[in-house]
Design a protein around this ligand. Structure first.
Ligand code: AMP
Length: 249
């Protein structure tokens, strides 16, 4: 079984993002970038499937500028067999990403496509669902457990207030949630080994897909600063203050 994993280069989750002074977007100048954390979980799962003999090839794909090669090398160091960069300097929205991924799916015909449930920069939570619709494949979103049976995958999904288990016929699209696994630390020998693994490159413009933006960002703003807290003397005073704020009846 071939597994395709989509990985996006985003602001490192440990960095506090800054909004550009003119409010047109995030200031990425000199900011540390990494693989989207949910995508690292997707790569980890694909590599574990290979280690268990369920998958026989893991292919990582990213859409973005040349620097996205760095996160593809990370995926290779984690254990992916090869990678493809769909190169573009245009900022691509989820629909464009889904269309570009579809052309990769058409060419690679993987039995399973793994994506993160969301990219932590745009928080769209759309790409996997759009890809499933464009490919006409079953989808399992927010996966916290995957179990493979003959020609199908059971996906345990994290939903409000509990878990739901779906059985999807392969080929399928799955988006992964936080609790699926904990991605491995990458060893130095594996980083070195990754340098010689194949990393192909295609121009997004070659794929015959309309990636023109559909959305206009009107403004981006920092969240409102938190108000300073108040220290209360005892529980009675706390209750009085909460009642005054309308937080208690
Ligand atoms: P989103 O719908 O933007 O929240 O992204 C959901 C998932 O789609 C991500 O976790 C990635 O697996 C995948 N994805 C989004 N954008 C890209 C990209 N530029 N390149 C590769 N995968 C992407």
């Amino acid at each position: 079984m071939k597994v395709l994993v989509a990985v996006k280069r985003v602001i490192d989750p440990s960095v506090r993002p800054r909004v550009k002074r003119d409010g047109t977007g995030m200031d990425l100048e000199g900011v540390k970038m990494s693989m989207n954390p949910f995508d690292a979980i997707a790569v980890e799962e694909a590599v574990r499937l290979k280690e268990q003999g369920i998958a026989d090839e893991v292919v990582a794909v990213s859409i973005g500028g040349q620097k996205s090669q760095e996160i593809l090398r990370t995926a290779l160091a984690m254990g992916a067999d090869r990678a493809t960069l769909i190169a573009t300097d245009v900022e691509v929205e989820p629909l464009a990403v889904a269309k570009l991924l579809k052309s990769v799916v058409d060419e690679e015909t993987p039995a399973l496509v793994l994506l993160g449930k969301q990219a932590i920069d745009d928080d769209s939570n759309q790409t996997g669902q759009m890809l499933a619709a464009l490919c006409g494949r079953p989808q399992g979103t927010f996966a916290s457990k995957l179990e493979f049976e003959d020609g199908s995958v059971r996906v345990t999904r994290e939903i409000d207030g509990g878990l739901e288990t779906l059985c999807l016929a392969l080929p399928a699209i799955v988006t992964v949630d936080l609790r699926l696994n904990e991605p491995r630390n990458i060893s130095l020998p594996n980083i070195m080994k990754a340098k010689s693994k194949p990393l192909a490159q295609k121009q997004a413009t070659e794929l015959g897909v309309d990636i023109a933006p559909r959305l206009t960002t009107l403004s981006v703003a920092e969240p409102a600063k938190r108000q300073a807290g108040i220290k209360v003397g005892d529980v009675d005073e706390l209750i009085v203050r909460l009642k005054a704020m309308g937080a208690l009846s």
